[in-house]
Design a protein around this ligand. Structure first.
Ligand code: G6Q
Length: 543
């Protein structure tokens, strides 16, 4: 750990008390909207093809300005500069945090720890590009000479969620005569269900693991290898397995030719790696050209985040609104509601990005926080969610902040369906923000007894995030928007958004318990509750 990371306590800053007082007196969203017809236009900012409309957030312009001042005083913008420059801002792991370098254009210059980062990034992108092309055009063949028609990405967490989300999001840009599958769970069902429909002679496995030692990925990788070898023999492995990793030694040990390994660096965190080599399956799906458009979208949002003034800066505004909702309005959860079927895995992706990054309870210097940090993030695509959990958002007792994501144009126009989709998104945004008063309910002729049941309190802070079309560029920009919003939140809270000790512990503890279950360690090595559960599962026929 580098010495002496600074992390001033934001709640000790006089601006914090000022913001708390502002929150106590803030009008309802309905009142804010009704008092100021110019509010929607003034609360809308666009960059990199994405528009953020935060008119339905419960905040005054003065409070937003105070948040910006607090961010300035907390060193959020200096930390942003340090991140882009490759300083080791991930202090607990002594690493730079440079996912923004993954999308720097060819020819840009960034030297970090005496290494020309941009050349290295483009070297790997070129290797990936050649490989992706050869799989797509059939030059790369399986061991029996057949073309590959199925790609199976085996990875978990950051080595799965990004590629799985991006494939789903960009399906319309994908090579439709190939199948793309994502296996992550160590539950044997995950791999088995994927393999049952595949032909070994036409299947290519991408083993995606930064460390190449993650239990789930290595176990599924070995099982996939055994499946292939039993059909085609040991020699076929070289034609049917490639690796994405930063651990050459373990890749070779697995039997994968290191020529077929696509590397990345310790300055790319797992959850920030879908635009590094972890995106290999995405690149095979959409082709190298579309992948470079995806990177261009990320880069456009990076540039905007780096250079735009704070009050026009989408990630800064979104990040500060998240802090406002969490700490000053005391809202503990944020629903991400994409009105796009293509974005159906986006909430799951954001769960990792936001909760693994900002689920932290001590500041950089190790002192405990005395305020709330990362919100709980979850969601499902609209309109599906409307017919289930939206009920709680509308009338439950816990307020939920909402991000409604709308894509204006459909790639699959069908009658009036796209208009219906958009109408539903805007209807929900209106009701969440404004609610429905008892007088409005009564005006419908509803009886006195029934009326209270039909009242909606509203006042659910809602942002509408929109874009003309969901293409690779837009997806890149959208992801970068959330990445940097997460950064702003973490920097203001003074926490390290780039480590994940909770996740690491889970990996370690599971190995100890596995040793007990497999009879290689004594029951006394686990706690009494775990020992009891192991015994209960044994009586239930655990294998
Ligand atoms: C991401 C996390 C975690 C990680 C997985 C897979 O930020 O660290 O989700 O991506 O545990 O790790 P490997 O890529 O090393 O297998």
């Amino acid at each position: 750990m580098t010495s002496g990371p600074t992390s001033p306590d934001p709640s000790a800053n006089p601006k914090w008390a000022e913001l708390a007082a502002a929150a106590a007196a803030v009008p309802t969203i309905r009142d804010l909207l009704d008092a100021d017809p110019g509010r929607p236009a003034r609360s809308t900012v666009s960059a990199a093809g994405i528009t953020l409309d935060f008119a339905r957030q419960q905040i005054t312009p003065q409070a937003l300005a105070a948040l910006i001042e607090l961010a300035e005083k907390q060193g959020v913008f200096d930390r942003r500069t340090a991140m882009f420059a490759g300083e080791h801002i991930n202090t607990t792991e002594d690493r730079a945090v440079l996912h923004t370098a993954l999308r720097l254009p060819r020819g840009a210059r960034l030297i970090v720890d005496e290494v020309d980062v941009v050349s290295e990034v483009h070297e790997v992108l070129d290797l990936m590009g050649n490989f992706a092309k050869s799989v797509r055009n059939g030059k790369w063949r399986g061991a029996t000479g057949k073309r590959i028609n199925a790609i199976v990405n085996i990875g978990i967490g950051g080595s799965d969620l990004g590629p799985a989300m991006a494939y789903q999001a960009l399906r319309d840009f994908s090579k439709r005569d190939m199948g793309f599958h994502f296996v992550s769970n160590v539950d044997p069902t995950d791999l088995s269900e994927v393999l049952r429909s595949l032909d070994p002679a036409r299947t290519l496995f991408v083993i995606a693991s930064k460390t190449f030692s993650t239990l789930e990925t290595m176990t599924n990788g070995r099982a996939a290898r055994a499946w292939l070898v039993s059909a085609l023999g040991e020699k076929a492995v070289i034609n049917h397995f490639v690796a994405v990793s930063s651990n050459r030694e373990l890749v070779e040990k697995f039997g994968i030719d290191s020529k077929n390994m696509f590397g990345f660096w310790d300055w790319v965190g797992g959850r920030y790696s879908m635009d590094a080599a972890i995106g290999l399956s995405t690149m095979i799906a959409i082709g190298p050209k579309a992948f470079s458009q995806l990177l261009a979208g990320f880069h456009a949002m990076d540039k905007h985040f780096e250079t735009a003034r704070a009050d026009q800066n989408l990630p800064v505004i979104m990040g500060l609104l998240a802090v406002w909702n969490r700490d000053f309005l005391n809202i503990s959860t944020n629903a991400v509601l994409p009105y796009s079927q293509y974005l159906s895995r986006f909430p799951a992706y954001l769960q990792q990005l936001t909760m693994e990054s900002n689920g932290k309870r001590v500041r950089l210097d190790g002192t405990p926080v005395t305020y709330q940090t990362g919100a709980i993030v979850w969601g499902e695509p609209g309109t599906n969610g409307q017919h289930s959990f939206y009920q709680l958002i509308h009338q439950g007792t816990s307020p939920v902040a909402c991000d409604i994501i709308v894509i204006a144009q459909s790639d699959n126009p069908l009658g009036d369906q796209q208009n219906m989709l958009i109408a539903n998104a805007l209807a929900q945004a209106a009701v969440l923000a404004r609610g429905r008063t008892i007088d409005e309910v009564a005006a419908d002729g509803t009886s006195k007894e029934l009326a209270p049941h039909k009242v909606m309190p509203g006042n659910r802070p809602t942002s509408v995030i929109s874009a003309p079309r969901l293409d690779p560029f837009t997806l890149g920009a959208l992801i970068a928007l959330y990445e940097h919003s997460v950064f702003v939140q973490g920097a203001l809270w003074g926490i390290n958004s780039f480590d994940q000790w909770g996740v690491e512990l889970g990996k370690k503890v599971a190995l100890g318990i596995l040793a007990v279950i497999d009879g290689q360690a004594d029951m006394s090595t686990v706690d009494v509750a775990t020992a009891h559960s192991i015994e209960v599962l044994a009586t239930q026929g655990r294998a």
